[in-house]
Design a protein around this ligand. Structure first.
Ligand code: AP5
Length: 211
């Protein structure tokens, strides 16, 4: 069966961490709209120029821009066996658009108490070269501030400051949390406790999605 998976959850819940592991396990692509936008910002494309300031404030990029890049990405041949969408959909309009493009069969909702989110994100570090992700306390690199995989100096995302994280959380509660009911009503929402070691969270997801 084609695995069309959506990762839902507040900023910092662990969507990207789990999506990467699931992508390796299932051999289907991890599609992160946040990563696609950051790439566009880095390359200075028209989309990147439009998205940069919106992302720095922790607001959402307009639906029509995001819908267009997701539609194009899902049409590529590597999505034929399935995909893992991380950070999309984020509004009801995006969810309805996704329904018009393809059918979703698993929505994995990773739940983490809000009071843990700020700490998770402010201490997150990422590798700008290979995309590996670390946390200075929970998952530190072996060598100080260097990526374990490729040795590149790690960076902190521009939107991982305390003020912006609080705004991202407010935006999530206002615009994205409605999707929980949207998918729950269709019987495809699976709630996973994200406040556990990374491998235990993955194990719970695999119990839902299957080997
Ligand atoms: P995006 O990049 O999607 O950010 P986000 O949704 O806020 O999610 P994060 O990447 O911050 O968190 P995550 O849940 O993936 O957690 P992670 O695994 O990294 O979006 C950024 C911006 O782009 C948005 O604000 C918006 O402007 C724009 N955008 C993107 N998509 C859009 C859309 N569809 N529509 C409109 N605008 C859009 O983990 C976090 C930290 O915790 C890491 O350090 C990790 O190591 C650690 N960690 C993970 N799991 C565990 C665990 N089990 N225990 C302990 N630590 C853990």
């Amino acid at each position: 069966m084609k695995k069309s998976i959506v990762m839902l959850g507040a900023p910092g819940a662990g969507k990207g961490t789990q999506a990467k592991l699931m992508s390796e396990k299932y051999g289907i692509p991890h599609i992160s709209t946040g990563d696609m936008l950051r790439e566009a910002v880095k390359e200075g494309t028209e989309l990147g120029l439009k998205a940069k300031e919106i992302m720095e404030r922790g607001e959402l990029v307009p639906d029509d821009l995001i819908n267009a890049i997701v539609k194009e990405r899902l049409a590529r041949p590597d999505c034929e066996k399935g995909y893992i969408l991380d950070g999309y959909p984020r509004t009801k309009a995006q969810a309805e658009f996704l329904d018009s493009v393809d059918g979703v069969n698993f929505v994995i909702f990773i739940h983490v108490p809000e009071e843990l989110i700020v700490k998770r994100l402010v201490l997150r570090r990422t590798c700008p070269n290979c995309g590996a992700m670390y946390h200075l306390e929970f998952n530190p690199p072996k060598r100080d501030n260097l990526c374990d995989k490729c040795g590149t100096p790690l960076i902190q995302r521009d939107d991982d400051t305390e003020d912006v994280v609080k705004n991202r959380l407010a935006v999530y509660n206002e615009k994205t949390a409605v999707l929980l009911d949207y998918y729950r009503n269709r019987g495809i929402l699976y709630k996973i406790d994200g406040n556990r070691p990374i491998k235990d969270v993955l194990q719970s997801i695999v119990q839902v999605v299957g080997e």
